[in-house]
Design a protein around this ligand. Structure first.
Ligand SMILES: [Zn+2]
Ligand SMILES: [Zn+2]
Ligand SMILES: [Zn+2]
Length: 291
């Protein structure tokens, strides 16, 4: 039942350069028991925390061994798992809560053999036996993985909406205008509206923004580093930067900078329906090509 989809995942895997599997010979797969029904709701790991590195930053353990990696360096962990344990996680960038995702599978892999969950991909299947290699692919073709990913996304969205609500009602906001240094107390919307009206600096409606403090700090830091927010070029001093941003009408943020995505609630909603969107894009493309 899952066969055609799994082949799709394998095709995707072949395209992924971080999996370092490009250019290898034949890729075969063996069927895994991905048809297991899930009878109980998933038990998600409690609020992560638990593990921290020596310097106190949150960390994630390897699914198989006791190696830990800082959350911010998830690529290192992924690389470790590919090299040491031959595990490839598909579309990992779409996982809403990487730490919880890993902790979940770490527990499940102690309960059942890996082949219960993963497709086996044989690399170099046309080469002599000793040069062949098996990799395990964990992806959302497995119903349990799909449900886990969806649950994590829903939970992330819930947390974001709660945070947004809290910021909306917060009257203890304190911020300084990045352009004229005027101080603002009360609600974040007062400062954002001031910057939009007085300095034509518009980052969107206050209600659509989440983690506003962090967002403003990030922007302030760029300006402190004498960087234009729009073209992101660096300048030699504050006045040159100011003149540049005013004259070139660069008093706005760079819309191509993906760093800002997480400050807009809409992006969390879009992510939740990403699967549908992807599907729609594909069908649209096919439609356009056919016509
Ligand atoms: Zn490991
Ligand atoms: Zn101002
Ligand atoms: Zn600029």
């Amino acid at each position: 039942m899952a066969a055609p989809k799994t082949q799709g995942a394998v095709a995707r895997l072949k395209e992924r350069d971080d999996a370092n599997l490009i250019g290898v010979g034949g890729v075969d797969r063996e069927d895994s028991n991905s048809e297991d029904c899930i009878l109980e709701p998933l038990s998600l790991p409690e609020s992560p925390g638990g593990t921290t590195t020596l310097d106190g930053s949150p960390s994630v353990p390897c699914i198989f061994c006791e190696e830990h990696f800082p959350v911010a360096e998830q690529d290192k962990l992924l690389k470790h798992m590919i090299i040491e344990h031959k595990l490839v996680i598909a579309d990992v960038k779409l996982v809403a809560d990487f730490q919880r995702y890993i902790l979940y599978w770490r527990k499940r892999f102690t309960e059942q053999p890996i082949t219960d969950f993963c497709s086996v991909i044989r690399i170099n299947s046309t080469a002599p036996l000793e040069e062949q290699d098996n990799y395990f692919l964990l992806c959302d073709v497995l119903p349990e993985d799909r449900i886990l990913r969806e649950e994590l996304q829903k939970q992330r969205l819930k947390e974001i909406l709660e945070q947004q609500q809290q910021e909306r009602n917060d009257t203890n906001f304190h911020g300084i205008c990045m352009f004229c240094n005027e101080e603002f107390l009360g609600n974040r919307s007062v400062l954002l509206n001031h910057m939009a009206r007085e300095h034509a600096f518009n980052i969107g409606l206050p209600d659509n923004i989440v983690n506003c403090n962090e967002f403003l700090c990030m922007l302030q830091k760029k300006l402190d580093n004498l960087q234009c927010l729009y073209c992101e070029k660096n300048f030699r001093d504050k006045n040159t930067l100011k003149d540049h941003m005013r004259k070139k009408q660069h008093r706005r943020i760079n819309p191509k900078n993906r760093e800002y995505d997480r400050f807009y609630v809409i992006n969390y909603l879009v992510r939740l329906s990403f699967r549908n969107l992807k599907f729609n894009c594909n069908t649209t493309n096919k439609f356009l090509k056919a016509n």
